[in-house]
Ligand binder design. Structure first.
Ligand code: FES
Ligand SMILES: [Fe+2]
Length: 387
């Protein structure tokens, strides 16, 4: 039986019979190729936050997992996302249409996009302004008509303070798919959270193991006893919600805890003031949303056993404003999240190594692994062409 036959059977599983995906799903190059074609070619990838692109000319360069394994950087395509002169968000291939130079690096602010190779210059909307020395003096035989040239357009969408792109011009719009998740997150008003940190890490594991781990409410009491659990085990405060075909979430309402919302936060009421949401937007975006801060990861494969993780921490504006020493607050928060990562990394790298070994009997899932099941079902359905 091929791994795809096994995945077809997995796609039909009901949650009470749930278990982890077949091990080959985590180690097979054929499965990774199928994921690129069925998941990444048309998926939406979070590339940053609206707050990163506040003013005209603000831009960022994102490495977006692609359906084409032949593109550079292990199947990642470089994309420019920029706030244009009219306040809209636009995205372009980060490749010059003249002879293929890379146009921009990193993030910053530009009035226009000028290629570093031969100085073709583009407006923020991607249209060509002009190109030097294209006609021989005294001749107009090869005159360039700028209006006929523009950078390759990429789909982009802003949603709840996040910026997403899709490499598929025909991908269904993102927001309608996420309407139910928007209802969950709207009370936090995430678009006002202030980015304070961003970094990229590479771990030696399969990308799916990291998505599963982030959405796994079962391991927290054990793996994160010294960090998230240092003031007590909140496992029994966790409420699991069945996922959809596009997203999943669960919440932790800290029953005995104090509010984690700042007193100056007057929009969150009741239990929302101490509710933490763990959510995934399939395939690659996971986030921990709190009244005081937001942590999100963009997770993409560099191979079957290497994953690229771009993660970002943002803080509620009233928390930053009220912190006596803002730098110290941020440093403490980052120390916590680095410690959490250090707890997870060896566990899920070992799971990936064990996926190379003999098949073991995959055990039943806890009710706390409901969102792991939801994500795995999404993968199994996508790889076996189920709706
Ligand atoms: S490659 Fe960009 S101007 Fe030539
Ligand atoms: Fe964890």
């Amino acid at each position: 039986m091929s791994v795809f036959d096994e995945l077809a059977a997995h796609a039909e599983l009901e949650f009470p019979h749930g278990r982890m995906l077949p091990l080959e799903t985590y180690r097979s190059e054929a499965v990774l190729a199928a994921e690129r074609a069925a998941i990444f070619a048309s998926g939406w990838t979070c590339v940053g936050r609206t707050a990163d692109l506040a003013s005209p000319g603000d831009h960022l360069v994102a490495e977006v997992p692609s359906g084409d394994p032949s593109v550079p950087a292990d199947g990642h395509r470089s994309v420019i996302v920029v706030r244009d002169e009219h306040g809209g968000l636009v995205a372009h291939d980060n490749v010059c249409i003249h002879r293929g130079a890379r146009l921009l690096e990193g993030c910053g602010n530009v009035a226009r996009i000028t290629c570093p190779y031969h100085a073709w210059t583009f407006r923020l909307d991607g249209s060509l302004i002009g190109a030097p020395y294209m006609s021989e003096p005294g001749s107009d035989a090869r005159a360039l008509r700028p209006e006929e040239h523009r950078l390759g357009p990429i789909r982009s969408e802003e949603w709840e303070g996040f910026v997403f792109v899709s490499l598929d011009p025909d991908a269904p719009a993102l927001a309608p798919r996420l309407a139910g998740l928007r209802d969950v997150l709207a009370p936090y008003r995430l678009d006002g959270y202030v980015p304070v940190h961003q970094q990229v890490d590479v771990w030696q594991t399969n990308w799916k193991l990291l998505v599963e781990n982030f959405m796994d409410a079962y391991h927290v009491f054990k793996v994160h006893k010294a960090t998230f659990g240092v003031n007590g085990d909140h496992t029994l405060d966790t409420v699991m919600h069945p996922g959809t075909d596009h997203w999943a979430h669960h919440v932790v309402v800290e029953a005995d805890g104090d509010d984690i919302a700042h007193p100056d936060n007057t929009t969150l009421e009741g239990d929302w003031r101490k509710t933490i949401v763990l959510a995934a937007v399939f395939p690659t975006h996971v986030m921990q949303v709190q009244p005081d801060w937001l942590w999100y990861l963009q997770i993409s494969p560099l191979g079957t056993d290497r994953v690229r993780i771009r993660w970002d921490v943002s803080v509620a504006p009233e928390v930053l404003a009220g912190a006596g020493d803002r730098d110290a607050y941020v440093a403490d928060l980052l120390a916590l999240l680095h410690a959490v990562n250090a707890e997870d990394q060896p566990v899920i790298e070992a799971v990936r190594r064990n996926a190379d070994g003999p098949q073991f009997a995959r055990g039943p899932l806890s009710y706390l692994e409901r969102n792991v099941f939801d994500f795995d079902r999404f993968v199994a359905r996508a790889l076996t062409s189920r709706p």
